[in-house]
Design a protein around this ligand. Structure first.
Ligand SMILES: Nc1ncnc2c1ncn2[C@@H]1O[C@H](COP(=O)(O)OP(=O)(O)OP(=O)(O)O)[C@@H](O)[C@H]1O
Length: 621
């Protein structure tokens, strides 16, 4: 992992950082565009029309008032309503009123259509960014997922992908309001440019206050991602199908609830402090805005009295002013929340910037089929990121093509690490691993992984159907039922599946409706079937048989030996009855190869292997 990736995240609390986050708006709009260009264009066009409606309506209102005033001042005006109807004086007035009515209807209809389009667009955006997030996460290294900072980043990005989409509505409304504001402002400027200035000056303090408190909320949220993840973890542990058994038996409920309470109390206290300060300061600063509005209103009234403005002008100006004030206030505060939300977008985009380090090199070699000579570990050393101890070091051995090699050693000896290095889940820090004489790094990564059938001791228990639980071994062949059945027969999972109510279509696991739970050993048989399903050149079973009964494990390994004939295979087990079936056994201790040979050769050496074997054998006597 590069040092840049390990740098602790900096909390961007400053004012400048917030506004520089606005640069995220463009890539964000690009995301929206990619989600659905058509919907985006429709939304923009409709909003543009909506934006000019308010000023048009207000202007028509002014014309109506001026016309009413003109008509009522006519010297030979009709005296009653029928008289007005019969005169041909009302044509213009009726025209204005009909236009005003039509505008009101149009505005309403447009509002609803825009709402609909935005909902659809937002759904598409949530979907496309979540998919992009999943696709990107899939390219990253295992090492990344094991890093707590990375998990914080992933968590924040995940929240952004699904929760931050209100930014879209906010942004579009803001653009629309900006156009509306310009139309109103143009009207005001025609009468008196100073009015605008007065308005702006009165609003700026409220805006700065809002921006400041948003920044504080964000840094609070940002800094607390680890606690929030812990909070989610505690909540999940306290009430999930996986944990319910232990929580009950160990009586962990109040321990977990108390931990949850403790964490959420501290969240609450911190956010309350910000909310209170925001409420007080927000009130004071908004009062300043009100002051500016009334000063301008006073000027408009005075000018009307002085005869400089008509009654229609008075209505238009005061109406414009009122709308402008609330629009500008809304614009400035939403601008501030846009900046705040844009800050949150940093999380999403910075997640997309994390790049994998285990990659396919240019001019990569195809995987050799069949493998000719095998794998060679040349002085291989590897240390987990952040760990002081080497997990494996100075490791030298060969895994010959077509042989079955067993790995034995005490807990923590480095067996699983060795398998992970073989599958290039990690690259060695020292030395190299070769396959048919070429560094493993020079092979195409997808092809390499495609030819590795590894079943780990902590294999996944997918809440999927029995067939899919096996098909995950070669998911492209998911619909190839005969292949799935053969894999199940080889691992003896078929005997488990035969007893399930829906056989291969039975949902496994308790998470979903009609799901059936399996025993540990039954799960393991399903998992081992994945290795056969994969049909890879290299087969690796990393202790996925621990829960099998003695007879099953014996049979599973015997079949494994037979079925892996001609394939290169590795098996890890603590049971010597299984291990002795291997062609060769590698004894690991403290990250090194201590000895190797057949079962009999190793026993004759009277070393660690003989000692461990004797210990186990003694237990059965
Ligand atoms: N993801 C990890 N991050 C940091 N250290 C790790 C990680 N996985 C394993 N280690 C450390 O590396 C060493 C070797 O672990 P490994 O899992 O390879 O042992 P193992 O021989 O497979 O043990 P077991 O028989 O218990 O499965 C151990 O000291 C372990 O603590």
């Amino acid at each position: 992992m590069s040092s840049a990736r390990l740098t602790p995240p900096v909390v961007p609390a400053t004012f400048r950082a917030r506004f520089s986050a606005l640069r995220n708006i463009w890539p964000f709009l690009l995301l929206v565009w990619q989600a659905s260009p058509m919907l985006l264009l429709i939304s923009m066009a409709l909003r543009l029309i909506r934006a000019v409606l308010p000023v048009t309506a207000l202007w028509i209102g002014k014309l109506i008032i001026d016309e009413v005033v003109r008509l009522s001042a006519l010297p030979d005006r009709p005296v009653d309503l029928p008289g007005w109807w019969q005169s041909d004086l009302l044509g213009l007035l009726i025209g204005y009123v009909v236009a005003e009515f039509a505008l009101a209807i149009l505005s309403d209809v447009l509002g609803r259509v825009v709402g609909l389009v935005d909902t659809l667009l937002s759904d598409r955006l949530t979907m496309s960014s979540s998919i992009r997030l999943m696709e990107h996460a899939a390219t990253l290294d295992l090492e990344d997922f094991e890093n707590a900072d990375f998990q914080d980043k992933l968590e924040r990005a995940r929240v952004q992908a699904s929760g931050r989409m209100s930014l879209m509505g906010l942004l579009f409304t803001q653009m629309q309001n900006l156009v509306t504001v310009s139309t109103f402002a143009a009207g005001l400027v025609l009468f008196n440019p100073w009015l605008i200035l007065l308005l702006a000056l009165a609003l700026i303090p409220a805006f700065i206050g809002e921006a400041h408190f948003n920044a504080q909320s964000y840094s609070l949220d940002f800094g607390r991602t680890p606690q929030r993840r812990e909070l989610d973890y505690v909540r999940q542990t306290a009430a999930s199908v996986e944990s319910a058994k232990e929580v009950k038996i160990f009586g962990l409920n109040s321990f977990l609830t108390n931990r949850y309470r403790e964490l959420s109390e501290s969240f609450y206290t911190a956010s309350r402090a910000i909310a209170q300060r925001r409420a007080i300061w927000g009130g004071v600063l908004t009062a300043l805005g009100t002051l500016g509005y009334y000063a301008a209103y006073g000027w408009i009234i005075a000018s009307t009295l002085a005869g400089d403005l008509s009654l229609g002008d008075l209505t238009f100006l005061s109406g414009s002013f009122l709308r402008l004030r609330s629009l500008l206030e809304g614009l400035l505060t939403t601008f501030s929340s846009t900046a705040a939300q844009a800050l949150y977008l940093d999380d999403l985009f910075s997640f997309f910037q994390v790049k994998p380090e285990i990659l396919t090199q240019a001019n990569a070699l195809p995987f050799p089929k069949p493998i000719r000579t095998g794998f060679v570990f040349e002085n291989v050393g590897f240390r987990y990121p952040g760990a002081e101890r080497w997990a494996v070091r100075g490791m030298n051995f060969s895994l010959h093509a077509g042989e079955t090699l067993a790995l034995v050693g005490e807990n923590g000896a480095g067996k699983t690490t060795l398998v992970k290095l073989l599958a290039r889940l990690y690259d060695p820090d020292e030395g190299r691993i070769t396959l048919d004489g070429h560094d493993l790094r020079s092979y195409d990564l997808d092809a390499l992984r495609g030819e590795m059938g590894v079943i780990f001791q902590d294999f996944m228990r997918y809440n999927l159907s029995a067939a899919d639980n096996i098909a995950v071994g070669r998911i492209e062949e998911r619909n190839n039922r005969p292949r799935i059945i053969v894999a199940a027969q080889r691992s003896m999972a078929d005997q488990v599946i035969e007893h399930l109510p829906d056989r291969y279509d039975q949902m496994i696991g308790k998470r979903f409706r009609n799901g059936v739970e399996l025993s540990g050993g039954e799960w393991q048989k399903l998992a081992i079937a994945r290795a056969y399903m994969r049909g890879a050149e290299v087969l690796i079973l990393d202790e996925p048989t621990a829960a099998l009964d003695a007879r099953s494990e014996f049979e599973v390994f015997q079949r494994f030996k037979e079925l892996s004939a001609g394939k290169t295979a590795v098996l890890i087990s603590h049971r010597f009855s299984s291990v002795r079936m291997a062609d060769r056994i590698l004894v690991l201790a403290e990250g090194r190869v201590e000895s190797s040979g057949t079962h009999d050769e190793l026993l004759a050496l009277s070393g660690r292997y003989a000692e461990l074997f004797e210990l186990q054998a003694a237990g059965y006597r």
